[in-house]
Design a protein around this ligand. Structure first.
Ligand code: ATP
Ligand code: MG
Length: 447
């Protein structure tokens, strides 16, 4: 097992406190699975027979996050620990069957969880695992298996289809055949549940490791078709072999996704997943046989933004992913860029993520990284002040020179800034002289 963290120590303390008050309490679900695997859990969930109102009374700081479903968040040193009363009923979170829960026994609580490996409890004092669903066997064998009748379980909550794929991908487990069949049957109707839930789950699948396998599983069980069908267009979309020996757009993208580090940002993950999303729609073959994808970056940015919006990701995410898709080829031009253009690009918000996407894109095809290193070197060599220096002159200076305020200001200031970034103008005096010489001054604009 992983060494005990402070987070774990506080979770143990919660369990002890509940027990001292006469209740049953255990670590439950994902944290038990992770501890057995020797992985540090993201968070610790506690299951108890104490009712929510009792939990609220026992701890000083609580938030009734899911009180209706028996869940109380206990706040300790800024961390949240979800303490949930044993439940008997499945919660129908799809919004069509809002139901309050019935509280029950630990056996009932285990049966309403989705997969055997996430259906176990741990007594943190003795280290004893309470396994009522065969979770230990499946964890040892590397199997994702639904608890109970898989068809019923996926019908109750279709998000579980995506969760099953996510766990199989992250842990590199196989999916038990009956569970897999039920996943395939339920996948087409996943859109009946809230798009937010799908978006959140898909983000986890793309960022927790094993995302390339996740791509395959979503293709094979029909989830891409239901939630992001655009991704399937990449399959079989042939590319010029000299640039892309790895194969079609899908193979190229999959290879890039396979190199995503565990814990990457969702924007980098979707940036690489969607960087060539418009290639299939922009593909054309010239009379000589040459394959082109003109306009795929612009078009791809639009498609990517629409996909992220459909998944209810934030405006920031939508725009950042669109930027990564639109600009993923721009880095190649860096060595030939005017100095000012290069500096402006480097100081853009999100440029570090653009570098990550460009690296993955290159590693997934030619592996040519000359321009990537060029950018790294430029970033290392130039100070922040050099990349984004204080402006030499501003609007007031132009007014001082006798220019009437107007749209020309922006053009003149941009021109001066370009020259400053290029290194051609280095002082305020030089900048003023330049404007006088090239745009006239008060003389040309008499008041
Ligand atoms: P992760 O490591 O990604 O957090 P997890 O297994 O802890 O994985 P959570 O979403 O944190 O998953 O949920 C905690 C536990 O609650 C799960 O292990 C599972 O037992 C149960 N659970 C969560 N969502 C569902 C669901 N949709 N249907 C049934 N049980 C669920
Ligand atoms: Mg969890």
């Amino acid at each position: 097992m992983a060494p005990e963290s402070e987070k774990e120590a506080r979770a143990r303390w919660c369990v002890r406190k509940l027990r001292e008050a006469g209740f049953k309490a255990y670590f439950a679900g994902g944290c038990v699975r992770d501890q057995i695997l020797g992985v540090t859990p993201k968070d610790y969930d506690i299951a108890t027979d104490a009712r929510p109102e009792v939990v609220q009374r026992l701890f000083d700081r609580t938030v009734a996050v899911g009180a209706r479903f028996g869940s109380i968040a206990v706040i300790l040193d800024g961390d949240q620990y979800e303490v949930t009363t044993f439940r008997a009923d499945a919660e129908y979170l799809d919004g069509r069957h809002p139901s309050a829960v019935r509280f029950g026994t630990i056996e009932e609580d285990a049966r309403r969880r989705d997969f055997t490996i996430g259906g176990m409890y741990l007594d943190p004092e003795s280290g004893r695992v309470i396994d009522l669903v065969g979770g230990m066997r499946d964890l040892r064998a590397g199997i994702i298996r639904a608890i109970g009748d898989p068809r019923d379980r996926f019908k109750e909550d279709r998000l579980r289809v995506l969760r099953g794929a996510r766990f199989a991908a992250r842990l590199d487990f196989t999916i038990e055949p009956a569970t897999w069949d039920a996943m395939k049957s339920a996948a087409p109707t996943i859109t009946e549940i809230a798009a937010e839930r799908i978006g959140e789950e898909l983000v986890m699948l793309m960022t927790e490791g094993g995302a390339a396998r996740g791509m395959d599983l979503l293709r094979d069980c029909g989830l891409w078709a239901a939630i992001v069908p655009e991704v399937l267009e990449m399959i079989g979309c042939a590319q010029p072999e000299n640039f892309h020996p790895e194969g079609d757009v899908w193979s190229h993208t999959r290879l890039g996704v396979s190199m995503l580090p565990r814990g990457c940002t969702e924007t980098v993950a979707f940036g690489i997943l969607l960087h060539d999303i418009a290639k299939p729609r922009c593909r054309s073959v010239a009379p000589g046989g040459k394959i082109t994808f003109y306009g795929h970056t612009e078009r791809g940015a639009e498609i990517a933004a629409a996909i992220m919006a459909r998944l209810r990701r934030s405006n920031f995410v939508q725009q950042r992913v669109a930027y990564l898709v639109r600009d993923h080829l721009r880095l190649c031009m860096a060595p030939r860029m005017r100095r000012s253009t290069l500096k402006r690009m480097i100081s853009e918000d999100g440029f570090d993520e653009l570098m990550q996407v460009a690296m993955l894109d290159a590693m997934a095809s030619s592996s040519y990284l000359g321009y990537w290193h060029f950018c790294r070197r430029a970033m290392a060599e130039m100070s922040a002040e050099e990349i984004q220096p204080r402006r030499l002159i501003g609007g007031n200076d132009l007014i001082g020179l006798g220019f009437p305020p107007g749209p020309r200001f922006k053009e003149i200031l941009k021109e001066v800034e370009d020259l400053q970034l290029d290194g051609a103008l280095t002082s305020r005096e030089q900048a003023l002289d330049y404007v006088r010489a090239h745009h006239g001054g008060a003389s040309r604009n008499p008041e």
